[in-house]
Design a binder for this molecule. Structure first.
Ligand code: NAD
Ligand code: ZN
Ligand code: ZN
Length: 361
């Protein structure tokens, strides 16, 4: 059976995100059909709309989602109809060279649904990050469904499906933040503030929030930032050094992903410190750094895809922290909107007035 549902589609580069009828097949082998409950609006959806990820238009947007499994393929045992799940974009294959070394967080062959979702005229859709959850129903690989406690507010924990996990994991997994560390985070959108929350969970004692918008750094204070810097008003490198005994931070996380923010991160870290790039650059960006500084400052320059998370390990753990009160995911949900308001939500993201707009279906 094919399901006709409403979903948010972008037909071509910079075209508006509009609600359209799409066709979603029943699950085949290895697949699960999911009734979406909530889906957050992530900056990566906007990157897709602007052609910053690839040119495989039309896109079916949305990928930070919670849902209920409504049907599974004949061979699927990991989830069953009725399960409350968070969708993920790291369904590990178990067979590639990373998986064989026990490092599924670097899996080179993650699974998505095999069958395609289409527009009514049969045009094949490219689901954002292999998910496509600004939709009443979506089709994913069963491994993209991580079962979680249904007691949690779906709008809040669904954000673990992408940006919030990316931020928390950039600090806890990629940055390997330790008790007593100093951490600076450049860019305090949903991802950056999640990195701040992750640094706090990991035990960092100095947590510096940097943004060009003071409304964002003010929000960061509520999630664990001990100091804030408006990098429009002052040099963030000097300011971070001043707050860390003149040395720079142990870990600096770039949650913007631009050459100038990366350069700030590079020079604002202590000798032998770690830079983590979690913001996503666009194809035309290039970076120039004195090679002698790369050598002489030592340490680690790392990138963080999806916070180096393993959904099956990290989602239930973070949902527990949320339910126990140690991780305030509610603070990330600025507004609850309908499918029709996604384009408007991009505008609000641009204006800096939201951390996360969450679509409720
Ligand atoms: N690596 C991953 O796995 C992953 C996952 C999700 C999102 N992302 C990326 O992370 C980035 C942030 O996403 P988001 O949803 O938080 O976006 P957002 O638009 O909500 O937040 C971006 C923040 O950066 C600030 N900013 C912009 N330019 C700045 C500058 N020059 N200096 C300091 N601050 C600046 C903005 O004021 C804003 O607060 C995006 O590039 C997104 O694509 C990466
Ligand atoms: Zn693999
Ligand atoms: Zn995302």
């Amino acid at each position: 059976m094919v399901h006709k549902v409403q979903a948010v589609v972008v037909r071509q580069k910079n075209a508006p995100a509009t609600v359209e009828t799409i066709l979603v097949p029943d699950p085949g082998p290895g697949e699960a059909l999911v009734d979406i409950i909530t889906c957050g609006v992530c900056h990566t959806d906007l990157h897709y709309q602007q052609g910053g990820i690839n040119d495989d238009f039309p896109f079916l947007l949305g990928h930070e989602a919670t849902g209920v499994v409504s049907a599974v393929g004949p061979d699927v045992t990991s989830v069953a109809p009725g399960d409350r799940v968070i969708l993920n974009w790291r369904a590990v294959c178990g067979e590639c060279r990373a998986c064989r070394r026990g490092q599924g967080q670097y899996c080179f062959n993650t699974h998505n649904a095999t069958q395609k979702m289409t527009l009514e005229d049969g045009t094949v859709l490219s689901p954002a990050l292999g998910i496509g959850a600004f939709a009443e129903k979506t089709l994913v690989a069963a491994g993209q469904c991580t079962k979680v406690d249904p007691a949690a507010d779906p709008a809040a924990v669904g954000l673990l499906g992408c940006g919030i996990m990316a931020g928390i994991g950039a600090a806890m997994n990629t940055g390997n933040v330790r008790q007593g560390d100093s951490v600076a985070v450049i860019g305090c959108g949903g991802v950056g503030i999640a990195a701040i929350a992750g640094a706090k969970l990991a035990g960092a004692t100095t947590i510096i929030a940097v943004d060009i918008d003071s409304r964002k750094t003010a929000l960061a204070t509520g999630l664990g930032a001990t100091h804030t810097i408006n990098s429009k008003d002052e040099d963030p490198v000097e300011a971070i050094r001043a707050l860390t005994g003149g040395n720079g931070a142990d870990v600096v996380i770039d949650a913007v992903g631009r050459p100038e923010t990366y350069r700030q991160a590079f020079y604002a870290r202590d000798l032998a410190g770690t830079v983590v790039l979690v913001g996503v650059p666009t194809p035309e960006m290039t970076l120039e750094l004195p090679l002698l500084d790369v050598f002489g400052r030592g340490g680690a320059l790392k990138s963080s895809w999806y916070g180096d998370c393993l959904p099956s390990r990290d989602f239930p753990m973070l949902v527990s922290h949320y339910l126990n009160g140690a991780l305030d995911l509610d603070a990330f949900v600025t507004e609850r909107i309908s499918l029709e308001q996604v384009q408007e939500a991009f505008q609000k993201m641009h204006e800096g007035t939201v951390l996360r707009s969450v679509v409720e279906l």
